[in-house]
Design a protein around this ligand. Sequence first.
Ligand code: GLC
Ligand code: CA
Length: 555
Amino acid sequence: MTSPLTSTLEPIGESRPGAEWWRTAVIYQIYPRSFADANGDGIGDLSGITAHLDDLAALGVDAVWLSPFYRSPQKDAGYDVADYCDVDPLFGTLADFDDMLARAHAHGIRVIVDLVPNHSSDQHGWFQEALAAAPGSAARARYMFRDGQGTDGELPPNNWESVFGGPAWTRVPDGQWYLHLFDSTQPDFDWANPEVQEEFRRILRFWLDRGVDGFRVDVAHGLVKTDGLPDHLPAVDADSMGGADEDVPYWGQEGVHEIYRDWNRVLAEYDGDRALCAEAWLPTVDRTALWVRPDEMHQAFNFPYLTTGWDAAELREVISESLRAFPAVGAPATWVLSNHDVVRHASRLALTAENPQGHGIGPDSPGQPIPEVGLRRARAATTVMLALPGSAYLYQGEELGLPEVIDLPADTRQDPTWFRTDGERYGRDGCRVPIPWVGDAPAYGFSPSGASWLPQPAEWAELARSAQEDDPESTLWLYRTVLAYRRAHELGAGALEWLTGFGDEVIAFRNGDVTVVANLGTAPVTLPAGTLLVASEDFDGAHLPADTTVWLTAD
Ligand code: GLC
Ligand code: CA
């Protein structure tokens, strides 16, 4: 197999004439604290990102999305923001951000930042003011303060539970309670308050003026709560972020769409194609598509796709549904397999029904994934995903085939989920371990001092970028190859046509001049004639083995 690596030298991230860049872009998620640490404190930073932009350009991505780097006490790894318009000293300075942005743009890489509008940190100036102010004051009205129930208000205002476990209300010394759908250090804003609305317009403009290409919007389905805050307990099998087909008074309320229509108008004031991408966990693609109607957001993460297991029939269905529902409202379909909140797909795709992905996996979880099976399926799954029309998201480290780190010692875990459930849910630390760059360097090249905020497994020496760089069978090589062919064959802008006749456990489709065949079953599949462009595993060229995907072109 020859690699078309030279095509990565072309400028990347260019808009197609007449089509906005985000319709077809491959967007790489950087989780700053775990990407690259320049100053040796064991936590990744903006200078670390700048130093590795050439690696991202060589990988062949069009854009990056950065998880939060704003001023924050880091109670939820930066998703607890104390100042939306400044960089936390942990990550650097605003000047470091400007430098990173300018250099990314010089590489042809667009930059999306994370916006967290559902809640702030309890250390945010507004929340501190609210605590100091009296019940009923204007300062309290920016958040969701309520009196409690019971004779002395000693019971919370309703029965809502935090996504991270435990009650969604915390009581303050004067007896009132405030709502936090997440950690108690993350008070929810009251989005009915015009002051909150105006403040977020200001924040959007602050970053748009600096030149960002868009925003990934955190908990984009949660900002508006049903009037009267009625009691609600999620169904037993419901995902805590809203993945159940039921009406939840804090997820997906109608009023939330008005906020994004407003933001859409703010972005439209700027030149270039600035984009809004919704993190909205909804049970179906049809419900998700409501966030990307023409005057709202531009993209929404396809979580129904991410949560589909390694099953050909289910995958065919979610792909078909996605390619119907998103274009029906004028939006591109998006695809994603991993992010900083879910079990990495190199482990998740080998989990059993006994232990679906849920709330993280740890040493005591049932049905431990077999690493070889997980990696093989992950490579096959990514090779399917990157052939699909639309835009795709990658999560740092998946291009190295990193698995979930399952055996993190309990005393190193930091996810609030772990603490709020007394260790009953492992949470998300296992997908957030700092990534390996150089096999034989301290902290595998993550940090010059060898420090790492979560310990890296010994097996990661072999998965380091340096160990994969020149190995045609490596996962890194596979990602570079697939990304280069995706670009060369313009698959992001293409259309999908299903091919039949391969059997139930096979996924086969054509996108432009590329034929994709993926074998999710156990028996080998005879391939049609054609020239092999890329295969997720080495094989004889004629009989496609289990858990393998190929791209072919006509002879
Ligand atoms: C989103 C983020 C997650 C965070 C939560 C609260 O789901 O992706 O990491 O904990 O929102 O902000
Ligand atoms: Ca650092």
